[in-house]
Ligand binder design. Structure first.
Ligand code: ATP
Ligand code: MG
Length: 570
């Protein structure tokens, strides 16, 4: 491709509304342009990177035996009603009506549609195992679309769905996809970890997320410093504290705490540590139930674990009116003593004695609270967020914490959708059997954005070669000098003949600004063709990744570069 004929408009300034590096760089390098919140145009340079990732995904899906199909983006409400998700899915699901007032949605995921395909086409166990995948545009009306392609509303996803006769075979299909995902993200040049994850509103029994490690990641993950355990903090288990409860030593007594509501305020007012305080969260479920949860003062609630325990789909802090009604005090003074509300405590609180808690009266706390003596508790449970330093649930190790970007997610679905939609086959005895399913997603645009998030420097993108829009950039220092332009043209032709993807910067621009663009665009291998080198019959090769420079003899430059590319892709 000749730069002079290409649509590649770079920006010098960092766009104001782009917060993280990958978003800024994708805009500055002319890869994407915003159309509306969370909705983007993919321009030629950006689309090439997207297609690269798609190609790697396709190759690995085919290697794992999955078959490519393409399902519609517009999906009839009827199918979603069959699974029950039409009502459950919430406002991320964009619902619409056609001219006959028939309900549709824009597919945010395709379990229903693919299960419909299979119930209509698969009859016998002989057609199994089956794994169908597509690479297609999804729509989710995210509350907070942000970070460019990281969290769009319209985005490209690879979604695969496996169908098997029984659970053991479904487990094998899951394992195959798991390995395929490893290969995909390795080939994309990403540093990642597979972590145990919550199954969310897709449902199913177990799942793993593939997390690209990055400071800007929206997910918090923990991993053990000794064993292979790693999990999203939403899912990370914490075992009951092994310490026995310490014996009460103090009497229960009230203390005035005027205006002291937050953990910071009370601990500094009373001169205690947060570890000597129990906070009492008054919460409401989406079904309108109120519950109180006790946590040690320095801990955070894990709302997902609580929901699983309560069997609801959302919990939030109760508003002031509810707190006043349930505790008889304004918020900031709730406590477990005498509270007439469903009361749950995190395991860790079991080991605490003589602690401080609210007294359910304005400007008042209790000192010397002891659960067995002073409180009527429903149960202890694992209710807090895991963090660095917590004990590993599998071994003697300690947890470390990381930020991650979820690029892929694999689920064991069991029979949730096949049962609801009646996807069955006949087994070798002629008996009707409900299929076991798995589903497997990869965000294509998010993968490109994550690669840039992990691979950039202050001057621009540093593309891993396998997903770079072009493998080689030829910078012609002064295209007006005939012999220079001619040598560059010869190289360009030779590289193309060797099937190297090359961008020829033949623009009539100052060399300085071309080099700046070259840094920004991040093409891995850069050849500089100028009169100085040509006197020696040489061109300069510079690697974007480490800045290393070397001179290549002009006559061998193309074949040497082709060799480097081949090696990087193998
Ligand atoms: P998140 O927790 O980030 O919202 P999710 O759990 O909703 O993700 P899945 O339903 O598992 O995501 O979708 C499969 C994959 O699709 C994700 O791993 C991610 O790579 C991608 N993806 C999901 N939502 C978006 C989005 N809004 N923009 C871009 N990619 C997305
Ligand atoms: Mg989501």
């Amino acid at each position: 491709m000749r730069y002079s004929r290409y649509l590649l408009t770079t920006l010098k300034e960092t766009p104001a509304d782009a917060e993280i590096a990958s978003h800024q760089l994708m805009l500055r390098a002319g890869m994407i342009r915003k159309v509306a919140a969370g909705i983007y145009n993919y321009l030629p340079f950006g689309l090439r990177a997207i297609r690269k990732v798609e190609q790697i995904v396709r190759e690995e899906m085919e290697r794992a035996g999955a078959l490519e199909i393409l399902m519609p983006m517009v999906v009839p409400a009827e199918l979603w009603q069959e699974s029950g998700r039409w009502e459950q899915y919430g406002r991320e699901l964009l619902r619409l009506q056609d001219r006959k007032d028939t309900g549709f949605c824009l597919g945010p995921t395709h379990e229903e549609v693919v299960t419909d395909v299979v119930r209509n086409t698969v009859r016998s166990y002989r057609q199994l195992p089956l794994n169908l995948y597509q690479i297609q545009t999804k729509f989710r009306d995210e509350i907070r679309p942000r970070f460019g392609l990281m969290r769009g509303r319209e985005f490209i996803m690879k979604d695969a769905y496996s169908f098997d006769l029984d659970e053991a075979e479904a487990d094998m299909a899951y394992e195959k996809m798991f390995q395929a995902y490893r290969r995909i993200f390795e080939r994309c040049g990403l540093k990642f970890r597979a972590v145990e994850a919550d199954t969310g509103n897709i449902g199913g029994s177990s799942s793993h997320e593939f997390m690209v490690l990055a400071e800007s990641g929206e997910d918090a993950i923990v991993s053990c410093d000794l064993c292979a355990y790693a999990a999203n903090v939403e899912k990370a288990e914490l075992l009951p504290a092994s310490m026995a409860a310490s014996k009460p030593a103090e009497a229960l007594r009230r203390v005035a705490t005027p205006g002291q509501r937050s953990v910071e305020e009370i601990t500094s007012f009373l001169g205690i540590t947060p570890q000597q305080l129990v906070k009492t969260l008054i919460l409401q479920t989406d079904e309108g139930e109120s519950v109180a949860v006790l946590l040690r003062g320095d801990r955070e609630l894990n709302a997902i674990k609580l929901c699983r325990l309560l069997g609801c789909s959302e919990v939030s802090l109760a508003d002031e009116e509810v707190v006043q009604r349930e505790t008889g005090a304004p918020s900031g003074f709730a406590g477990p003593v005498g509270l007439r509300l469903r009361l749950l405590a995190d395991h860790e609180v079991a080991a605490m004695a003589d602690f401080v808690a609210g007294a359910n009266a304005e400007d008042t706390h209790y000192l010397g609270v002891n659960l067995q003596r002073d409180v009527v508790l429903e149960n202890f449970a694992d209710l807090r967020l895991a963090g660095a330093g917590d004990p590993c649930p599998r071994c003697e190790g300690r947890l470390e914490s990381w930020r991650g970007i979820e690029v892929g997610h694999v689920f064991k679905l069991g029979t949730k959708y096949s049962e609801a939609l009646g996807a069955t086959v006949l087994d070798d005895q002629g008996r009707e059997r409900v299929l076991f399913m798995g589903c497997y997603g990869i965000g294509i645009g998010r993968t490109v954005a994550s690669a840039i998030e992990q691979n950039h420097d202050k001057n621009g993108i540093v593309f891993p070669l396998p997903i770079a829009p072009f493998q080689v950039l030829i910078t012609v220092v002064n295209p007006k000098e005939q012999d220079v332009m001619q040598a560059a043209e010869v190289l360009y032709g030779e590289l193309q003949a060797l099937e190297v993807e090359v961008l020829l910067d033949d623009r009539d621009e100052r060399p300085g600004s071309k080099f700046k663009d070259a840094d920004l665009l991040g093409i891995p291998l850069r050849l500089t063709v100028g009169s100085r080198g040509l006197k020696e019959q040489a061109v300069e090769l510079q690697r974007r990744s480490n800045g290393e420079r070397s001179l290549l003899p002009l006559a061998e430059a193309a074949s040497q570069l082709a060799g480097i590319v081949r090696q990087a892709l193998s």
